[in-house]
Design a protein around this ligand. Sequence first.
Ligand SMILES: [Zn+2]
Length: 312
Amino acid sequence: MAILYSGKCFLRHQTGDHPENPDRLAGIEQRLQRSGLGLICMHPTWGPASRERLLRVHAPLYVDWVRSFSEMGGGPLEPDTIVGRESYEVALLAAGAACDATERVLAGEDRQALCLVRPPGHHALVQEAMGFCIFNNVAVAAKLATDEAGLDRVLIVDWDIHHGNGTQATFWEDPRVGFLSIHRWPFFPGTGAADERGAGDALGTTVNLPIEHGTSRRQILAGFSAALESLAAKIRPQLIFISAGFDSHRLDPIGDLGLETEDFATMTEMVLGAAQAYAGGRVVSVLEGGYNPPVLADCIETHLATRISLGH
Ligand SMILES: [Zn+2]
């Protein structure tokens, strides 16, 4: 089993002619039903993230501004990030799904949760939308794990092709939350150099793995495995989050780091291995990028199937 968050609500975030659009997720539920995976998952109901939870990551004025801008009809929050009339509400449901998943996994309802949400979150900063992201879903959920559930060892693994700059900034000086990001380099958003390692008590709990385009799949996976193993041994996480972007797939129109669908099974196995070693197998993954809808569906199916077959 796994806990699966998906739904038509995420199609209401309308972005117009934009790569991050409802078509990314429109067919996924049907796809998971057809494959049988959807049938063996728990489908909980959940609500929007509370203001209190959002404000652990974002500034109140920013949250209010997104709300009023969206409700007035929307437009670009910044050149890359478009919102429509319902986007504020949908963004709260995306962050709310990540929070609900965290609570249920920590309560022992299941060890595996997957949040198929949009808008994505990992570029969102304290008071800035960025790179299709409005609120930082995974960061809001990780703050819940530390500040509400009292965990002091959490690990976020970000394998989206873009550096998770918003997540890194949130936990830069927080030794309770480790951050591992593997990403194409040089590439948007420009951060994520290997010498960015956190600060203060958290120095060394941020690990960046910049990868040049053209690097072989074997080298990418070997680098990921080694970095994950070493950071997990250092943090000994009680819970692992995955910022699960699939835009490093070879056929992604805006990413492409040459990975194949099966490589996401391999990376999933690696993270599950770390979770089984330290975290009682507990993994919450939250969708980030992936802009070729049929390929994204393949990757999500592979990721979920691996979680279900190996997660128990
Ligand atoms: Zn991305």
